[in-house]
Write a protein that binds this ligand. Structure first.
Ligand code: UD1
Length: 353
């Protein structure tokens, strides 16, 4: 049983659902943490993921309430369906809730994307991943560095390196777009240079001064003559509007979140990326696009070490200058695997359980 609930988990579910097909029964539970069609349905449609078998419709709430409601609802489903193993994805509140629900019922848990650490305990995802890793029975690490973290925490014997399933889906979609099937035109005028921007972390959106500084940093990108194509997550829109901050600035194009095919298409055409998303930093590297990350730390340190990503957490006003100065040396390094991680996950899960 896979339990998912938030946007990045739907992307990871796509290669997993395909890899499980024909090898075992695979039941999908959607907690409903994300519910807007642009945050959920579009991924199931475009990535051809089978509809969830269970839809819990939990929705938004403060962390404790949201996690608690999901815990109770997932427990009910587990009790009824009694899966042999529960697969949880990444580091969201849905991940933690499903993990706790399963271990309390004595049902084994496998954690996909285990071992990632930002070492920032102010980040909700950091609590979620540390607690999930320590509760789970099988830890599926995407990178060597993640595996090292697990060993350092005494979890090495439960851990296995499988690669990153986001590489699987990204490479497949890139090839699908290159073959001309489903290629999209972006909302920016064809031929004009643009930088793709996303912001959704509470550390950037939930303090008006900080949000203002980050937007000023992006304004400097627009002043260099590159359109800032801002894909506005619902949290960003909600917080900006509550602070009375206008997201629309000269040189900005602000649009709602896009589906995965559009995202990959837009990324492929972008001059660079400015983001606080984990996944997008890595996707930028895989498509060799320079990236500036508006955070003080990252779980995807390989992108920084290889010269394709820079952290500007404490200097958001430097976004434009840092983006232009990134070295971006050619590299054949593949720290995120070969695009076949999902098959390795299924092998590991079936072998272990
Ligand atoms: C969650 C994950 C984060 C992940 C992100 C991807 C946690 C702790 N965080 O953050 O790791 O990177 O998803 O997007 O689980 N909202 C809508 N419609 C939706 C979903 C959310 O309007 O479909 C709004 C609500 O106002 C909600 C806010 O966005 O309160 C935040 O949503 P929430 O699910 O709490 O967390 P994210 O910020 O999306």
């Amino acid at each position: 049983m896979s339990v998912v609930g938030a946007r990045p988990q739907f992307v990871k579910l796509a290669p997993m659902a395909r890899a499980f097909a024909g090898r075992c029964d695979h039941v999908v539970v959607h907690t409903g943490q994300h519910y807007d069609s642009s945050m959920s349905d579009v991924f199931f449609d475009e990535l051809e993921i089978p509809r969830p078998d269970e839809q819990l419709d939990i929705g938004s709430a403060p962390h404790g309430a949201q996690t608690g409601r999901m815990l109770e609802a997932v427990e009910g489903v587990l009790d009824r369906r009694r899966p042999d193993v529960v697969l949880v994805y990444g580091d969201t509140n849905s991940t933690l809730a499903a993990t706790v629900a399963a271990v309390k019922l004595g049902i084994p848990v496998a954690h996909l994307e285990a071992g990632l650490r930002s070492f920032d305990r102010a980040m909700p995802e950091e609590h979620n991943r540390v607690m999930t890793d320590h509760a789970a029975d099988l830890l599926l690490a995407p990178t060597e560095i993640a595996l090292r973290h697990l060993r350092d925490e005494g979890l090495g014997r439960r851990s296995v390196l499988v690669g990153d399933v986001m590489t699987d889906v990204l490479l497949a979609v890139r090839d699908r777009l290159a073959a001309g099937r489903g290629a999209r035109l972006g909302p920016v005028e064809p031929g004009s240079p643009y930088v793709l921007a996303t912001l959704h972390r509470p550390s950037n959106t939930d303090d008006p001064r900080r949000l203002g500084e980050v937007l000023d940093g992006l304004t400097a990108v627009a002043e260099q003559g590159r359109t800032v194509l801002l894909l506005a997550h619902p949290r960003l829109r909600a917080r900006a509007s509550s602070w009375g901050i206008d997201l629309e600035r000269p040189g900005f194009v602000v649009v709602p979140p896009v589906g995965y095919l559009d995202l990959v298409g837009l990324l492929g055409g972008a001059d660079g990326v400015v983001t606080d998303s984990g996944g997008l930093q890595k996707e930028a590297f895989l498509l060799r696009r320079p990236c500036v990350t508006v955070r003080a730390d990252t779980e995807w340190v390989e992108t920084v070490e290889l010269g394709w990503n820079e952290l500007v957490g404490d200097r958001p006003l430097d976004i434009a200058s840092r983006l232009s100065a990134l070295p971006c040396p050619e590299t054949s390094a593949a720290p995120y695997g070969d695009g076949h991680a999902a098959d390795r996950v299924v092998d590991a899960v079936l072998a272990r359980f």
